[in-house]
Design a protein around this ligand. Structure first.
Ligand SMILES: Cc1ncc(COP(=O)(O)O)c(C=O)c1O
Length: 397
């Protein structure tokens, strides 16, 4: 079959091979500890589930408007005011099937053949591929671990060309957990305003921050910045609702209308029942989020502390999200007596085969000096998994 070049240009997920191998090993009865989870290990809160059950019982099971129900758009507007100091009207909001869907529709609306979109690295795996699918070119903006993975504004300025359409920012970041400081956001905003480029702000992990850190939405810096910014968020991570597939976007009306047109001809509405559940998640008791973040904080501190006690590994203490991104440069080049481990993928394979621990190679996120380890798993598994990693790394020469 003759597939179009657009599809051929997309990279298959690097993490898939590891995930598939881990799955196979579990099937064979091997007790594999997984640090790969991209979703909270908590159940969806009961009030949210009950709202969905009520929606089913009341027959709210048919098509809704393609851009989502008014009640949910109003809940989003309220949330953005409450948490982010942002004022939008429901006409400036669209509901999509998760943040991933929203981000892809944004790319389809903004990116023309050959347009450039700046993506700070380490990045979430789907940004470059979505940009390519829309015909654009991802331009990677490297950030430094020694600078806490914050964006260097001078470097950003240097990457801007006449073809630059947008920059994607993701704070707190998956995979690094970095939360951009107000000063850095102000610089990014200044540059975007100066060049008239859009800011796509992926705020999916905004509620999951630690140690009193504040997650600021760049759109809240000024009306001028807001007019260039597209805020993307979802109920997926804060309410442990990854399977419900509800994300949302707030931005200029003409963009929202364009996204709505795409949805009306492609997916139609996000699931009616899930929309009702999302209304309850956003409007209801927020105690669940606080409890989850408190639990994550304890696991994070333990994981970071343990990783830093391993001589050949160093790990920053992330300010948000639920991942650590330890630096494994000290391990690369070592050997287990056979082949040397030259890449983060080699190390991930080694840890899976020898220690029965699954981690995600940093190369999937544009950084081969790191691996990503999620602490969305039990404390017991974190302890056991790191014990095994420690032992396996000690055996390398
Ligand atoms: C940074 C980031 N953006 C977007 C998404 C997608 O979220 P959703 O599940 O709502 O589509 C994820 C999910 O892992 C993510 O990590």
């Amino acid at each position: 079959m003759n597939l179009v070049p657009r599809v051929k240009a997309i990279s298959p997920s690097l993490t898939l091979a590891i995930t598939a191998k881990a799955k196979k090993m579990r099937k064979e009865g091997i007790d594999v500890i997984g640090f790969g989870a991209g979703e909270p290990d908590f159940d969806t809160p009961d009030n949210v589930k009950q709202a969905a059950i009520k929606a089913i019982d009341e027959g709210f099971t048919k098509y809704t408007p393609a851009s989502g129900i008014d009640e949910l758009k109003e809940a989003v507007v309220k949330k953005l005011t409450r948490d982010n100091n942002l004022t939008y009207t429901p006409q400036e909001v669209i509901i999509s099937c998760g943040a991933k869907h929203a981000l892809f529709n944004i790319c389809l609306c903004l990116v023309e053949e050959g347009d450039e979109v700046i993506v700070p690295a380490p990045y979430w795996v789907s940004y470059p591929e979505q940009i390519k699918l829309a015909g654009g070119k991802p331009v990677v903006l490297e950030t430094k671990e020694s600078e806490g993975f914050q964006i260097d504004p001078d470097l950003l300025s240097r990457l801007i060309t006449t073809k630059t359409k947008a920059i994607i920012i993701n704070s707190p970041s998956n995979p690094t957990g970095a939360v951009y400081s107000k000063a850095v956001l102000q610089k990014i905003a200044e540059i975007a305003v100066q060049h008239g480029i859009c800011i796509i702000s992926d705020e999916c992990y905004e509620r999951i921050v630690y140690d009193g850190k504040e997650s600021i939405s760049i759109a809240s810096l000024s009306e001028e910045v807001k007019s260039l910014t597209i805020v993307v968020n979802a109920v997926s991570k804060p309410y442990s609702m990854t399977g419900w597939r509800i994300g949302y976007t707030a931005g200029p009306k003409e963009l929202i209308q364009a996204m709505s047109k795409i949805q009306s001809q492609t997916t139609s509405n996000p699931t009616s029942i899930a929309q009702k559940a999302a209304v309850e998640a956003l409007n209801g008791d927020q105690g669940f989020v606080e409890k989850m973040v408190k639990e994550f904080a304890g696991r994070k501190d333990y994981m970071v502390d343990r990783l830093n006690k391993i001589g050949s590994v160093s790990c920053l203490n992330p300010a948000g999200a639920f991942y650590t991104f330890p630096n494994i440069s000290g391990v690369l080049g070592k050997s287990d007596g056979g082949q040397s481990l030259g890449t983060s993928l080699d190390l991930s394979n080694y840890l899976l085969e020898k220690a029965y621990v699954a981690v995600v190679p940093g190369s999937a996120f544009g950084s081969d000096h790191n691996v990503r380890m999620s602490y969305a798993c039990s404390m017991e598994n974190i302890q056991k998994g790191i014990d095994r990693i420690e032992k396996a790394l000690e055996q390398l020469q």
